[in-house]
Design a protein around this ligand. Structure first.
Ligand code: BES
Ligand code: ZN
Length: 633
């Protein structure tokens, strides 16, 4: 027995000694890569670790032109002899490789057939010693991830503007790369622009840089491709706090600085909950109104719609949301777009914790209730497969998974865990989750395993109350889903009933000091059908058609279409021809096309609005109004 043990120890010792001398295949040191059905790339064989961009911004041609150098880590260079990149509508003119990053030699490449959703694979031949690839290319003026704005679409009306939006799979339309959220890279960039414009990126920006049309950037932390972002325009900067600030066009920047004055407090509040902010600075870029989203969590530089500049800070939970992504999403990233709820559900949860700390529990509860209402309304219309957190996107564009489900159902699941285990257990759990998976891309399964090991299995009695499988893989909403409570909303509902059922005149309703959230709840609590006189009465009392608050205006315009309140139509047209935020634009067109006259109006407005919309928004509206390229409609 003793001899046997000794022999075993000896074998192990020798094996350990031999290992460094005769390594098996050199292994890729980073985390394993799950299958991503939305990328053609082959990161298990050759993984891009660093991206180095050198681009000219050509406004006259609406083209980005230049080179990208990709630094690779290769698993088995003699076997894997090609690098496959994602592209969409790119014109590739040259591919070169290098073993040392100094001397590059031309190599052969091939662009495969283009798929409507995925774009086309670019296959590049890799000699055994190649560790870098340089691709010379230019983008198409129709690149799905780039919007080129004419001066008339900006606040200042004098200079053109450009911004990129890479999430979910649009980075490939302006950089050939491995466009999967499972692949993380550091990046550097040199961007040349017209001399009077400024370029900013989701990277280290220098607010005091000279305006000379030549800008350099560096992102030292590893991020997925969908977080690479660029904007170019006539931008000014205002600091908000020691490590926070805002960029916007000069005529907007003061207003933005006022609106976002709580940003520094939000960063500190999040740090108290979930540990240090890992990205250095947190700045916000306010874009022109055609920006298709409310916000985009580009690291170090959130991109935001100007429609949240309400004047009273009532829509700043959007900043809390994008900031929260600095933990959920940017630090711990969904490995595939199936796992998108790991980004958004966690972020809505963190967002509401920030809102609670900075603005108080009452506002948090109101926002949670508004969110739950939107979710239940949407669930009633969604296909069963889209009601699932761990959504199946086979054969589909990941942008199609963009519903309230990953956001609000994901939020409710986390709040359910919070309520079940108590903050004293759940808060440290979440904090440890961010630390454990920091700078990693993970799947739903990784999260579930971590949750079991670190929360459920440690509190078995409480865990018995959580129907984990049903929350993550089930449709609909469980009856035990959390239900926020709001006294303020109960009072609002009473006013809505008084007006719609008891004949209380609008101007005598008790609306003093109502916040945006209360107004929204009031409008949403009214019956779907209101006659024109009731609509006019509300408008006369509260000036809703002219509301400067985009959320209230949107809600009112939706009701106006539904009830054919014609006095609001000029405002509807103005709204739809200036604002390109898809969350507003889509439901308004959806509502319009429900009747023949509405469809006429939709087409009349869309003809004017379409040239100003971002490709993401126009793709959505094209489907709603059945637009086609040649004939128009
Ligand atoms: N990351 C999203 C935006 C996004 C998601 C872009 C998927 C492309 C594909 C961003 O954080 C977000 O969720 N924005 C919301 C605002 C938020 C307050 C719910 C939006 O734009 O409406
Ligand atoms: Zn988000």
């Amino acid at each position: 027995m003793k001899r046997f043990c000794f022999a075993a120890v000896l074998i192990v010792a020798v094996a350990t000694l031999i290992k460094p001398v005769f390594p098996r295949e050199p292994e890729i040191t980073s985390a394993p890569i799950p299958q991503d059905i939305h990328s053609y790339s082959n990161p298990t064989q050759a993984r891009v670790k660093h991206v180095d961009l050198d681009l000219d911004v050509l406004f006259d041609r609406k083209v980005l032109r230049g080179t990208v150098v990709l630094e690779l880590e290769r698993s088995n260079p003699s076997r894997a002899q090609e690098l496959i990149l994602d592209t969409r509508n790119l014109k590739i003119t040259k591919a070169e490789t290098s073993a040392n990053g100094r001397r590059f030699t031309a190599t052969t490449f091939n662009v495969g057939q283009s798929d409507k959703i995925l774009g086309a694979p670019l296959t590049i031949n890799l000699p055994p010693r190649a560790t870098r690839v340089r691709v010379t290319y230019e983008t198409s003026p129709q690149a799905s991830g780039v919007q080129w704005l004419a001066p008339s679409q900006t606040a200042g009306k004098k200079f053109p503007f450009l911004f990129t939006q890479a999430q979910a799979i649009h980075a490939r339309s302006f950089i050939p790369l491995q466009d999967s959220p499972a692949v993380r890279v550091t990046y550097a960039a040199r961007i040349r622009t017209p001399k009077d414009l400024v370029a900013v990126m989701s990277a280290e920006n220098d607010p005091t840089t000279a305006r000379d049309g030549d800008y350099t950037f560096r992102m030292r932390q590893q991020i997925p491709a969908y977080l690479i972002a660029l904007a170019v325009g006539d931008l000014a900067f205002r600091p908000l706090g020691a490590r926070t600030g805002v960029y916007a066009e000069p005529s907007v920047v003061e207003r933005a600085a006022k609106e976002f004055e709580d940003t520094e407090r939000m960063v500190s509040a999040t740090e108290e909950l979930y540990g240090s902010y890992r990205w250095g600075r947190y700045d916000i870029l306010v874009l022109p109104p055609s920006f298709p989203f409310g916000g985009m969590e580009n690291p170090r530089l959130t991109f935001a719609t100007p429609t949240i500049l309400a004047g009273d800070k009532s829509l700043t939970s959007l900043i809390a949301h994008e900031l929260a992504h600095s933990w959920s999403g940017n630090l711990v990233t969904n490995a595939t777009w199936r796992d998108f709820w790991l980004n958004e559900g966690f972020t809505v949860y963190v967002e509401r914790r920030i809102v609670e700390k900075v603005y108080g529990r009452a506002r948090e509860e109101m926002e949670a209730l508004l969110g739950k209402r939107e979710l239940t309304d949407e669930l009633a219309k969604l296909d069963a497969r889209d009601q699932i957190l761990h959504v199946d996107l086979k054969g589909r564009d990941p942008d199609d998974g963009f519903t309230n489900v990953p956001y609000e159902k994901g939020y409710l699941f986390l709040r359910h865990l919070e309520e079940t285990f108590g903050r004293e257990r759940f808060d440290p759990f979440l904090r440890s989750y961010f630390d454990r998976f920091a700078f990693r891309s993970i799947t739903t399964e990784d999260f579930v395993n971590y949750l079991k090991a670190n929360l459920l299995d440690k509190n078995l009695q409480l865990a018995a109350r959580v129907q984990l499988q049903e929350w993550i893989e089930g449709t609909g909403l469980r009856a035990d889903a959390p239900q926020a409570a709001s006294d303020a909303f109960t009072k609002v509902e009473a006013q809505a009933t008084a007006f719609s059922q008891s004949g209380t005149p609008a101007r005598t309703l008790q609306t003093t000091n109502w916040t945006t959230q209360e107004w929204l709840h009031f409008l949403r609590s009214l019956p779907a059908q209101l006659d024109a006189s009731k609509m006019a009465e509300l408008d006369a009392a509260f000036n809703l058609t002219r509301s400067g608050n985009s959320e209230i205006a949107f809600q009112w315009l939706l009701m106006s279409i539904r009830n054919n309140y014609t006095a609001a139509y000029p405002r509807l047209e103005e709204f739809l021809t200036t604002v390109g935020r898809r969350k507003f634009v889509r439901p308004l067109f959806d509502e319009l096309v429900k009747t023949p006259q509405g469809r006429e109006r939709a087409l009349m407005i869309y003809r004017k609005a379409r040239p100003g919309y971002h490709p993401i928004t126009s793709a959505t509206v094209d489907q709603i109004v059945k637009w086609n390229e040649q004939g128009g409609e």
